[in-house]
Design a protein. Sequence first.
Length: 368
Amino acid sequence: MSDLQIQGLCKGWDFPVIDRLDLTVPEGEFFVIVGPSGIGKTTLLRLIAGLERPDAGRVLVGGKDLTGLPPYRRNVAMTFESYALYPHLSVFENIASPLRARKRPRAELEETVRQVAGLLRIDQLLDRRPGEISGGQKQRTALARTLVARPSVYLLDEPISHLDARIRHELRQQFHDLEELRRVATLYVTHDYAEALSLGDRIGVMGGGGLVQVGSAREIFERPETLFVAQHLGQPSINVVNATLREEGGVLHCAATGGALTMPVAGPQAQVLSARNTSDVTLGIRPQYVSVVENGADPDGRHIVDAKVELYEPLGANGVLLADVGGVQLTAMTAPDSTFDYGEPVKLGLQADAVLYFDPGSGSNLVR
């Protein structure tokens, strides 16, 4: 077994980058860590690889404590966002370097290198040096070098971030089928929420020195535990509105602070919020649950509000509309063939039961 276990890992005391982090990634699991830049994602991988020393805590693989071992004795392979290629070696020799270090037979070495290079579409570049290939090709070379190593743990630090959209999409699909990545524990770091949702068997959202929420893609996207998590998954980003709760005619409503937006609170949420006896909340509603309503009617029963167009972006598969609702800006998703003019009046339908309610102080989800 090659489970990866992280126990109480710390890096930095006065300003901790990693603060008492615990995580277990079972053998065969593809675990994705997502979060903003500078939050400590790469530092975590470097601690696991042995490139940095933790101030406290342990790293175990298959039950063996690796914390005091140097990198070359950990049997952990890492792909760096910065490539970390040998400039004087060819692409072939860069990819083959882990196999040469293990003194693999020449025939096995060549077969493995060419197989992985073909998978990543760099087989025609094997005789070139890193200075003679593009950034995307360098990143694929670094990824190939990691894949041929066949370690106990894979650590992938934004391995496809420099590739064009088409190749990224293809590689995301291939990551699902690569047997090597499913044979051991894999930890994949990205700031791209689409990569995280597509690839992760489980996803961990990183913030404030640790993982603030761990779960499946659906759990984290639909039931974020905090506003921080909600804001870091989804594109366009979730609409955030400060509001006040008040009861009108036996129905709980929320009204935007400093704006004209008001809407009823859906039944299940209303029961929980009434029991909490709270008044100030922060609303979160994803653009997917805000739509333009034709002819002022909504067959799906969404709450309808009047708005004015501020900006419209046609994005091919859909459109993104930014509209003003009495001083409150909302982003909505639209049909791909929509057209709008600045200042044009529109009616928006808001799906009340999809609204998330957060504590304005702590940011915690009030209805889970």
